[in-house]
Design a protein around this ligand. Structure first.
Ligand code: HAM
Length: 440
């Protein structure tokens, strides 16, 4: 039979030796979010296609070119989520969360699906950590959500990222801007790609983030939204900047940020890494004051962001950031003989029940092969158990780092011995940490 060994293009496996890095990123992000008052939200991987068409916008690249859309067996149009915000907004409305205390703060870790041309940092299945704050109109909320994204990045040890912010106004001030953009692009209409020629009449701002090289080139000299902000939007942006200044969060105003999704209003922002090449945006977000209404709900000013986890991991690795040690096997039992195998199974089970990672041979290997395997596992200690050890109830615990051995009992005292050793190590680790902090 032919082997099936190829995953779908643009998707990635996370292998067991890498998964601790993902767990670290995800747990850290959710813990930081908790400090900012965000609790985890989980929504389905697929939604009605209509949600993204209305939420993300029919003239966006995401909806026009990139969605994984299919008919289910009941002939409904279903789409794998290309991003997390629309699903979170749908969930808020479905469960009337906005009728409770506002703002509603939710954080999530999701897989997302976009049919894009795969390259480094751009996948067809990728993952996001996101946060959404529903029902907060004040500019302080914009600064706070930016601060949350930044704290996630800095807590993980990300360096070399810069924050770019812009304001893309509200529907009122945008009407004038659209007119200016339409006039600008109309002069070179024939050179635009087919999709953008159509966008020109419907949503000229989308031309600004088209990936076609010629459209990119034409867009370079286009008018910028900041010059068209109404007084309210300008004042809002001023206050966001003042709050960022107060919190000593460095940023640069980048009039080129328009974001690729239609729901944004006013503040938009991106964290850009110096380590990623073409796909340098690690985090993108902004305010979306009209989205909830667009989906049939009340007027509910809201905002959020999402960090691309694959890109985040790439940055952390490029910067040689530290990850916690992957969990290792505390003790490896090497049984010799049938009776010893049974006894080792019993001891390993008891240890695992009290939270000590233990392994023993289940492959029927000889002693030499077992020790090699224990070494591969990175076991801290090994314990050879044969007839003699079973008869005396004592065995030699070998420290695999130092090579030292110590006689231990094979009864309950073994758990205490191993537990105390783990505790000693933790205390030594904490002392090192404190010593290091004092030196700093
Ligand atoms: P987005 O800018 O489309 O925004 O995506 C957020 C982040 O996801 C990007 O900055 C990038 O790191 C990552 N990302 C996007 N596409 C890919 C891809 N094909 N491969 C790998 N990583 C990718 C959103 O999705 C908004 N929902 C963010 C948001 C939340 N705005 C308000 N609330």
């Amino acid at each position: 039979m032919e082997l099936i060994t190829k995953a779908i293009r643009g998707t990635q496996d996370v292998l067991p030796e890498e998964s601790h890095k993902w767990q670290h990123i995800e747990q850290t992000a959710l813990a930081v979010a908790r400090d900012y008052g965000y609790r985890e939200l989980r929504t389905p991987v697929f939604e009605h296609t209509e949600l993204f068409m209305r939420g993300v916008g029919e003239t966006t690249d995401v909806v026009q070119k990139e969605m994984y859309t299919f008919k289910d067996k009941g002939d409904r149009s279903i789409t794998l989520r290309p991003e997390g915000t629309a699903g979170a907004a749908r969930c808020l409305l479905e469960h009337s969360l906005h009728n409770g205390a506002l703002p509603v703060k939710a954080a999530y870790i999701t897989s997302c699906y976009r049919y894009e041309k795969p390259q480094a940092g751009r996948l067809r299945e990728f993952h996001q950590f996101g946060a959404e704050c529903f029902g907060a109109a004040a500019p302080q909320a914009d600064a706070e959500i930016i601060a949350l994204a930044r704290t996630v990045l800095t807590t993980l040890g990300v360096t070399g990222v810069s924050l770019h912010i812009n304001s893309i106004g509200c529907p009122t001030c945008r009407a004038n801007y659209h007119k200016a953009l339409t006039d600008y692009f109309a002069a070179r209409q024939d050179e635009l790609c087919g999709t953008c020629q159509e966008r020109l009449g419907r949503n000229p701002m989308r031309i600004l983030d088209c990936k076609s090289p010629i459209c990119k080139e034409i867009a370079t000299g286009a008018p910028v939204m900041l010059d068209y902000l109404c007084d309210d939007c300008a004042a809002h942006f001023e206050e966001v900047r003042a709050c960022l200044d107060t919190a000593a969060i460095p940023y640069e105003v980048d009039t080129g940020i328009v974001r690729g999704l239609d729901y944004y209003t006013r503040t938009v922002f991106e964290f850009v890494s110096d380590a990623l090449g073409a796909q340098a945006v690690v985090c993108g977000g902004g305010r979306y004051d009209g989205l909830i209404e667009e989906l049939g709900g009340p007027h509910l000013p809201s905002l959020g962001f999402a960090i691309g986890l694959e890109r985040l991991l790439m940055v952390l690795e490029a910067k040689e950031a530290e990850f916690p040690e992957p969990p290792t096997c505390e003790v490896y039992f090497a049984p010799m003989g049938k009776e010893a195998v049974r006894a080792c199974f019993g001891m390993a089970t008891r240890l695992r029940e009290v939270g000590i990672a233990a392994e023993y041979d289940i492959a029927g290997r000889g002693l030499k092969a077992q020790m090699k395997y224990a070494d591969k596992l990175g076991a801290r200690y090994t314990l050879v158990v044969g007839d003699n050890e079973l008869a005396t109830g004592k065995a030699q615990l070998k420290d695999m780092t130092t090579g030292e051995t110590q006689e231990v009992g094979l009864d309950d005292s073994l758990y205490t011995t191993l537990y105390n050793k783990a505790l000693d190590r933790q205390l030594a680790g904490m002392a090192d940490l404190l010593g290091g902090m004092e030196e700093e």
